[in-house]
Structure formats: structure tokens, C-alpha cells
Design a protein around this ligand. Structure first.
Ligand code: COA
Length: 166
């Protein structure tokens, strides 16, 4: 658990936290639909066992301030890319933006991915999401130049970024 001067801590989610995970993820999808590959509609339909599975995977972190959840980040292994981990679901509540929560969340994911032996941490940023792009560049991620359609809105594009963990 780490602490910034703004009193932010980061904790790994476990199965018992499934309701908290569901609530913050749905808040994120509602607040920033343009930023994510998934959609609020899709995840509102998830049942309890899906949220329990996600929480139990232990690959999600929450940022907290004064007992309130103010952010979320997770990672997963893309099939066929076992030496990489992909950072996903990154969100900080608007009132906690600029607090250092985002950097702490990325650092928690980075450490967890490295501990699993991954060589690279990757992520996708939607076109126009300049705030996120700026954050990731500040933390050392660089564009790989690879592009794809945003799964939630195929008319828009997203770009892959990568950070070496070795
Ligand atoms: C992306 C996100 C997690 C970043 O968290 P945050 O608390 O806003 O991040 P920070 O404030 O620490 O860093 C953002 C940086 O972008 C800068 N910035 C703000 N607005 C910007 C803009 N329009 N263009 C470029 N840079 C911008 C900030 O000044 C800051 O840089 P600095 O620390 O060098 O001054 C948060 O904004 C968020 O949840 N956005 C909506 C969801 C999202 O986009 N998720 C990412 C999906 S890839």
C-alpha cells in the first residue's frame, strides 16, 4: 500500500470486494464512455458471478482517499502475448484528478506485471484522449505506432503504447 501527499492509497481487489469493484467500474463507464473499449450497457448486464470472477482474479487495483474509492486500474494477459500485460480500466474520479492517484495505480499494475515475469506493459489510448496520453508519456510509455478501431465505437481509433519492464 502506498501513500501520496494527498492521502491516496492503492489496494489490490480480492473476491470479497466484488460489489465495490462493480460500482466503481460502472461509475467509470458512465462518466467516461469515450475512453473505454467496453460499454456501460454491456457491463450492466454482468451477473454476480462475473464480478466475483473479475475481483477474484486479483488483477485490479483501487485508489482510495479517506475511505472513498477514487480510482481503478487493472491488467490482463492478451491471448498469444504471454510475455506482456495490458493495462486496462484506468479511471480516476473527476474530483480526484491531478491527485497522483493515476500514477500510483499505474505503478501498482507495473509492479504486479513485473512480479508475474512480464517483459512489457502495454495499453491502448483512444484518439483525442490527450490527458491520458500525457499521463502515460510522463510515466515512460511510448507509442508503438500500432492502431486499431475502438471496440466500443469502431468509427474511432486507438493507439497502442508500451513500457519495458526490464
Ligand atoms: C486518464 C486519467 C486516469 C488520468 O488521471 P489524472 O488524475 O487525470 O492524471 P494526472 O492529472 O495525474 O495527469 C494528467 C496529465 O495530463 C495533463 N493534462 C490535463 N489535460 C490535458 C489535455 N487536455 N491535454 C494534454 N494534457 C493534459 C495534466 O496537466 C497532467 O500532466 P502533468 O502532471 O504533467 O501536469 C483520468 O483523467 C481519467 O480517469 N480520465 C477518464 C478515463 C480515461 O481516459 N481513462 C484512460 C483510458 S486509456
Amino acid at each position: 500500500m502506498e501513500l501520496t501527499d494527498q492521502g491516496i492509497t492503492v489496494e489490490r481487489v480480492s473476491e470479497q470486494d466484488w460489489r465495490t469493484l462493480r460500482d466503481v467500474r460502472l461509475r467509470a463507464l458512465a462518466e467516461a464512455p469515450q475512453a473505454f473499449g467496453s460499454t456501460l450497457e454491456r457491463e450492466l448486464a454482468f451477473d454476480e458471478s462475473t464480478w466475483r470472477e473479475r475481483a477474484a482474479a486479483g488483477r485490479t487495483f483501487l485508489a482510495l482517499r479517506a475511505g472513498q474509492v477514487v480510482g481503478l486500474a487493472g491488467y490482463y494477459v492478451e491471448p498469444g502475448h504471454e510475455d506482456e500485460r495490458q493495462l486496462v480500466s484506468m479511471w480516476v474520479d473527476p474530483y480526484a484528478r491531478g491527485s497522483g492517484a493515476a500514477a500510483l495505480l499505474v505503478s501498482a499494475v507495473r509492479e504486479a506485471a513485473a512480479a508475474e515475469g512480464a517483459r512489457t506493459l502495454t495499453l491502448f489510448v483512444a484518439d483525442g484522449n490527450d490527458r491520458a496520453r500525457h499521463l502515460y508519456e510522463r510515466l515512460g510509455f511510448r507509442s508503438t505506432g500500432e492502431r486499431q478501431a475502438l471496440p466500443s465505437d469502431p468509427l474511432r481509433g486507438e493507439e497502442r503504447f508500451a513500457l519495458s519492464l526490464r
